[in-house]
Design a protein around this ligand. Structure first.
Ligand SMILES: Cc1cc2nc3c(=O)[nH]c(=O)nc-3n(C[C@H](O)[C@H](O)[C@H](O)COP(=O)(O)O)c2cc1C
Length: 192
């Protein structure tokens, strides 16, 4: 019988144990109210990686559409994912995901992860990001801010629900409607 022994390096994030990978940085958990970022810039201009794990495999993609806010008295994020994204399979196959944010120095990597599919190549290995986990949720050690999230709600956009019908014609000529995921932010981590 072949024993598959995986050695887990432990990263201590304050009192929270996170594992896997070979973390260089240390993160600390912060109260969500301490996040002092302009969300329009953070998501719309600087972009984020959406990362999820399914059956032991991880995939990530760049996203610049989404938001942060409060729904059902929870601190939430929302992201919108087109059906053809490989990452969608991972998001759908997991209860959790992470949103991670990077300095400008990582722009090229985010561009790459947003233009190549994990279906076609081992893009995480090629991007050279260091995978680490928090409470079993994967993210990357190079991030400056990480939101560990739990899925609350998912719904595919429907053509009949567009009030401004021009959006349907402009963004969905192929009828590849995004699914919107509303996720609860359960932890926010920043680099120390
Ligand atoms: C700046 C930027 C923002 C993007 N934002 C989104 C987004 O919000 N939703 C989406 O479905 N795809 C978005 N994409 C496209 C995906 O990141 C891209 O198709 C990626 O290659 C999917 O990878 P995957 O197939 O491995 O999941 C964006 C791409 C870039 C470069």
């Amino acid at each position: 019988m072949k024993l598959n022994v995986r050695i887990c390096k432990i990263l201590v994030v304050d009192n929270h144990i996170c594992g896997w990978g070979d973390p260089v940085k240390k993160f600390k958990e912060i109260d969500i109210n301490e996040i002092n970022e302009n969300v329009f810039k953070l998501i719309g201009k600087d972009w984020m990686l959406v990362t999820a794990e399914k059956e032991g495999q991880v995939n990530a993609m760049t996203a610049s559409w989404g938001g942060l806010g409060v729904i059902w008295s929870r601190n939430v994020a929302y992201v919108v994912i087109r059906p053809q994204r490989y990452t969608k399979e991972f998001i759908d196959g997991s209860d959790t995901l992470s949103l991670s944010f990077y300095d400008e120095a990582y722009r090229n990597k985010l561009n790459y992860l947003g233009s190549v599919s994990g279906r076609d190549e081992d893009k995480l290995a090629k991007a050279g990001l260091t995978r680490v986990d928090c409470d079993g949720v994967p993210y990357f050690d190079e991030a400056k801010l990480v939101l560990i999230c739990r899925k609350l709600y998912a719904q595919e956009y429907k053509p009949e629900c567009f009030i401004d019908k021009s959006l349907d014609g402009k963004y969905y000529p192929d009828k590849d409607y995004h699914t919107m995921y509303i996720v609860e932010i359960v932890k926010a981590l920043i680099e120390k």
